[in-house]
Ligand binder design. Structure first.
Ligand code: GTQ
Ligand code: FE2
Length: 374
């Protein structure tokens, strides 16, 4: 190697061990040759490259809603929102992902905050997104010119490449959470982004109770014949809490009546679905709402892929791998791939958990596995 040649980033050490060649001077020579030519043999790497089951770089971690909200409110006072920064969104950074704004290796989760009268400018991107509202109201998200009301318990998916802006039409600040596949898109180097108008039109700043998308698509089991047969992502832009709540309550009531309806005793769950296919709402993101009856506990479950949960209502205990937390409204936590997860609701009230995860990616690749410990 000449003095000014770039040093090889490959570093190989001849070490004794099961399945490893004997560390001899000849082996050292061979490894120096590999380094010069930028080569790495499988035999030194196999346990890391091909583990027996998924090992996550991400750690289970919990963020308390009260602390997030206090910091977001402070950001509301001192950080303007506008073109360039685009959004007053503050992302959860998993402690094991190197300080990147990634909740999990594939998912972004952020608290977003808008002050009264504020606008977040229009843009579009290839990342899939959604909003979920744990408390408050007063913001409309305007998707391709369709103003969509946001209120507690609502789930608002926002598929790739739709223009979107947000505006707060109320006299109070509002916070909500965003979920996006930003880390997945970054890792796969597949992103596109465009800025739109700085200000949407006065007509688009309307504050209708129901969006055009809900009037067209929001009728259970009824599809508009004028519209395309199967769309890859949901055209319905709001899933309202009243509907989600009734679906969960009905599952538990059916269980009370002796009918099979729940995932396990006392554990009801619904998945937000694309009305044109019945599949996941977004191509890369699965979203669900779970209700655990007071005093009940979910079966420990592990899945390929990572999830983020937000407590919507109630108090209880959750366990993720070796971690165990007492949780309450708004708290957010991460379940890394293949780590067992279970939740139990405190006596006296149900525990409602909003969950989003990257399962559609693995299902599309036929790489999904689920294991439930009954
Ligand atoms: O509201 O459009 O948290 O584009 C991250 C990226 C929110 C949004 C985020 C975004 C948005
Ligand atoms: Fe966006």
């Amino acid at each position: 190697m000449t003095a000014n040649a770039t040093p090889s980033p490959v570093r190989l050490q001849a070490v004794a061990g099961p399945g490893q060649p004997e560390p001899t001077p000849a082996l050292e020579q061979l490894y120096r040759g590999f380094e010069r030519e930028l080569l790495v043999p499988l035999w030194t790497e196999i346990s890391g490259l091909m583990p027996a089951s998924p090992r996550s770089r991400a750690a289970p971690h919990l963020w308390r809603w009260q602390r997030l909200k206090a910091l977001a409110a402070e950001a509301g006072r001192i950080v303007p929102v506008g073109r360039g920064g685009e959004r007053r969104a503050i992302a959860l950074a998993n402690p094991s992902l190197g300080g990147r704004p990634y909740a999990t290796p594939t998912l972004w989760a952020a608290i977003q905050y808008l002050m009264p009268g504020e606008h977040a400018p229009e843009h579009r991107h290839t990342q899939h997104a959604f909003r979920f509202v744990v408390e408050g109201e007063g913001v409309w998200t305007v998707v391709n010119g369709d103003p969509v009301r946001m209120a507690r318990g609502d789930f608002l998916p926002q598929a790739a490449w739709n223009w979107h802006a947000h505006h707060n039409a109320a006299s109070e600040p509002m916070a909500w959470i965003d979920g996006l596949d930003i880390p997945f898109a970054a890792y796969t180097e597949s992103q596109f982004f465009e800025v739109g108008r700085h200000r949407i039109s006065a007509a688009e700043q309307a504050t209708p109770e129901r969006s055009r998308s809900e009037r067209l698509w929001g009728h259970p089991g009824l599809r508009p014949v004028s519209q395309p047969a199967a769309l890859p992502a949901t055209p319905l832009l709001a899933y309202r809490w009243a509907d989600t709540d009734r679906a969960l309550a009905d599952q538990l009531a059916l269980e009370d009546d002796g009918h099979a309806a729940t995932l396990s005793p006392g554990h009801a769950a619904v998945r937000f679905s694309n009305p044109t296919t019945g599949g996941d709402v977004l191509p890369t993101i699965r979203a669900e709402m779970h209700r655990v009856r007071g005093g009940a506990r979910t079966l420990p479950r592990r899945e390929v892929g990572s999830s983020v949960y937000q407590v919507f209502e109630g108090t209880g205990q959750v366990s993720v791998g070796e971690q165990r937390w007492t949780v309450g409204r708004g708290d957010l936590f991460v379940v890394p791939t293949w780590q067992p997860f279970s939740a139990s609701a405190d006596e006296g009230g149900a525990l409602d958990l909003f969950r989003f995860g990257d399962a559609p990616i693995f299902e599309a690749l036929h790489a999904q596995r689920v294991q439930v410990d009954a």
